[in-house]
Design a protein around this ligand. Structure first.
Ligand SMILES: Nc1ncnc2c1ncn2[C@@H]1O[C@H](COP(=O)(O)OP(=O)(O)OP(=O)(O)O)[C@@H](O)[C@H]1O
Ligand SMILES: [Mg+2]
Length: 364
């Protein structure tokens, strides 16, 4: 059957945003706050596939309805500040000072129009990003428009990102109607927050994306399969929702493969094949990439956890790795910061990413 419902790909807006009601309420409050409020800077933290990019796109839509001019999500990279200015120009070119000058300046040069443009572009090139964006904001604010900047895939070591944050802080200092939203993996964000130049970020509104509730996933499947005409029992829907393990991405994958595999009433084997295929894709896209940047010792720590059915005692890791307790503590902290493991209570750790334990077992 053709799937016109599920979107198991990254950065796609799903048909329905599942289980983010309370997060959206907080975002609505932030959008209504006055310029300079701490909620005007938001930080979205979540694991791979938890829906950070989707949420940025949702924020963009909602902000536009509230008269914000929005620079759609820009991924942290070289040249990101130029990209932000380009995006703002695409939304509303009239607030760029260089555009204003260019249009106004008919008498630029005796050498002719072309040479005049060149000269003007050179002049604007020399202006700093901070100057350009501040002028843009002032012009937009004069027309009662706020300006919002969305930054995706935050990296801790980006000089351009630091300079953007400093420019933002200066604009807030000038009382401008501006807002900024970052999204990134917990590890990258926590390093960014520890940067002593960027202490103001610690006061920003932090939104930690939690796993979706199984009931919400189940309800979503119920509606989706009904509207697609997929014949599947309530029992299987419940099972599929449980297998999604709170991950929005896996929820989309499972829904997608069930739909593709369904012809008439869903058989037992069609169902298990769909789950298998979805989980295999998830392990490849999420588990594999999540541990790729880790060191051998990090992986050694994780491998020392896989034999336990549920929680692992830190003491057991010390024994299994043959290392000291303080070594194990250091690695535990690192892996918690990376969002790979969690500490449900003192002396115990568990995996924070669904199916990561299974994936590591399979790799062994
Ligand atoms: N609340 C949600 N309801 C329904 N589907 C969602 C939700 N959040 C995310 N998704 C789906 O999950 C998948 C991953 O979402 P998204 O790309 O936003 O994740 P991400 O956190 O940005 O991942 P990454 O860290 O890899 O960039 C997409 O297919 C998206 O449609
Ligand atoms: Mg993303």
């Amino acid at each position: 059957m053709i799937d016109s419902f599920f979107v198991p790909s990254f950065g796609n807006r799903p048909k329905h945003l599942v289980g983010r009601d309370s997060v959206l309420r907080r975002i609505e409050m932030a959008l209504q706050s006055v310029p300079g409020s701490r909620e005007r800077a938001m930080i979205i933290l979540g694991q791979r596939g938890s829906g950070k990019t989707v949420l940025l796109l949702e924020i963009a839509e909602r902000a536009k309805k509230k008269r914000f001019i929005v620079a759609n999500p820009t991924v942290v990279s070289n040249g990101m500040r130029n990209r932000i200015m380009e995006k703002l120009r695409d939304e509303c070119p009239e607030y760029l000072n260089e555009t204003r000058k260019k249009v106004a300046g008919g008498n630029v040069s005796v050498l002719g129009f072309g040479a005049g443009i060149q000269f003007n572009e050179q002049a604007s090139e020399e202006k700093s990003f901070s100057w350009k964006i501040t002028e843009y904001c002032k012009n937009a604010n004069a027309d009662h428009h706020g300006v919002m900047i969305l930054i995706d895939e935050v990296r801790s070591n980006s000089e351009e990102l630091r300079e953007l944050i400093i420019s933002y802080q200066e604009m807030v200092g000038e009382g401008l109607d501006v807002s900024i939203v970052f999204a990134g993996l917990p590890m990258a964000i926590s390093t960014l927050l520890n940067d002593h130049v960027l202490t103001f970020l610690n006061r920003a509104e932090k939104i930690e994306l939690q796993p979706l509730r199984t009931e919400d996933i189940e309800l979503y499947y119920l509606k989706a399969f009904e509207s697609l005409g997929v014949e599947i029992s309530r029992e299987k829907i419940r099972l599929a929702a449980e297998e999604a393990a709170g991950s929005p991405y896996l929820m989309q994958l499972i829904g997608h493969y069930i739909t593709l595999n369904s012809e008439g009433k869903m058989s037992e084997s069609q169902f298990t094949d769909s789950l298998e295929y979805a989980k295999r894709t998830f392990k490849n896209d999420i588990c594999r990439t999540s541990i790729a940047p880790l060191s051998d010792l990090d992986i050694g720590f994780l491998n020392a956890m896989v034999e336990d059915a549920d929680e692992t005692n830190l003491d057991d890791i010390t024994i299994r790795m043959g290392k000291t307790a303080s070594f194990v503590q250091t690695y535990k902290r690192r892996l918690i910061q990376c969002g790979i493991i969690e500490q449900p209570r003192r002396g115990k750790v568990v995996f924070a990413i669904p199916y990561l334990k299974e994936y590591l077992r399979e790799q062994a």
